[in-house]
Design a protein around this ligand. Sequence first.
Ligand SMILES: Nc1ncnc2c1ncn2[C@@H]1O[C@H](COP(=O)(O)OP(=O)(O)O)[C@@H](O)[C@H]1O
Ligand SMILES: [Mg+2]
Length: 455
Amino acid sequence: MDFKLCEQSFTRVINLFPQPIVVFNQVGEIVCSNSLFNHEIRDSLEDDNLFSIINTEEMLTNLSQGGYYFKELKLNRDKMYTASLYPLESNQFILIFNIHPTTQFASISRQYATQIFNDINSGLIVIDPYSRVIEINRMACAVLGIEKNEIIGKTFWEAFPDIPEENYIVSRSLINGVTETNKAFSWTSGGKSFELLLDSHLLYDSAGGLAGAYVIFKDVSDLRSIDEKIQRSDRLSMIGQIAAGTAHEIRNPLTSIRGFLQILGQSLESSGFEKEKGYVDLMLVEIKRINSLVDQFLLLSKPRDVQYKLVDLNEVLAEIMPIIQNEAILYNVEVVNKTEGKLPKIIGDSELLKQVFLNICKNGVEAIGKNGTVTIDYEYKVREKKVMINIHDTGSGIPPYILDRIFDPFFTTKEEGTGLGLSVCQRIIQDLGGSIRVNSKGFGTVFHIILPYLK
Ligand SMILES: Nc1ncnc2c1ncn2[C@@H]1O[C@H](COP(=O)(O)OP(=O)(O)O)[C@@H](O)[C@H]1O
Ligand SMILES: [Mg+2]
């Protein structure tokens, strides 16, 4: 083989190799080299001569065995190499470099790059200049709902052909330089939806050429929902204030209307206007309804003069049982109270507590509609010094999509409902240091009322 003749095609061949390669002569001058060598190593040579980095003696004494392996070639760079040396014809030598395994990444950040890449609590996707994914970390895979090997080597639109273009986390235009900062982004996979905050950047190689790009994103789903909750509670407290203000304004004129109506009713009756007296009675019933609504408004915003006293929960329940029974009979609902004599004493306001149990039992009866059972039982959480009173019903259950709204004031699914019952109950129980929880899975519902008790 005439090496000179083949030099051009030889250079082309060595350029295909993923490691630096150089051919030099017996005085260390470069005959030909591939671009990786030029790029990564050539700078480190003195006078562009190979003997500035390899020990000639070491090389010559060992070459007789046909080839030589340099275990460590330390260059003026942060990388260390191993290299294999072979003699060619006409006193030329070929040297093939490999990055030294222990110093593959010289700086700490490089050394731990892979680990950091996978550990960070952010999604990270690296693409090549053709928008193909070349690296993707664990979190990104989890959010996207895919396995790493399903997406490596593919563009986003190849990996997710069914998804509309505007929903690509890695956009087509990224590689053209359209980068983003703090872009809010939604993604749904496996029935879970993620709110993401996303940045993208271009990557350049040391020669300034475009090497690819990466996208990094943070899962902010929780923050968003917290934000929504704050907004909602702001809205609710505003409703409460308006309700309180309005309630007072309604109650006063209502009192005089009721008074005059009663007088009117009496006169109508004594004058024999039976039919008209009936109308007045109806009006009085309606006014009573408005009044109780107003009472609930007021409770919602600020409990009335609360009478905190030692209250026997058994008595509270015993007193409301007849009222519930009355209501239940109308609907052919059976009420079973398993708490008799078993409940503790707590500090609270017995009237308000009655209202809580009444409201929740009434909801249960209403949810049953016809034929069913409302069961009241209890459980002690001795360590926490709390008692849990459970009100079960065999009613329709609460659909999941309204479950977290049922405690909102004015939320109702009933034609005649006020939507105030549960919000008032929650307010009362929370003021006593307790909580209300609800469990409803398809069929029936349980409300758990948890209250701290005295020893
Ligand atoms: N036991 C229950 N079973 C099914 N749905 C219920 C139950 N309790 C409450 N709900 C739902 O919660 C909503 C709010 O209840 P509430 O605040 O008492 O207002 P209202 O009873 O006036 O509608 C009801 O309209 C109903 O949709
Ligand atoms: Mg109700």
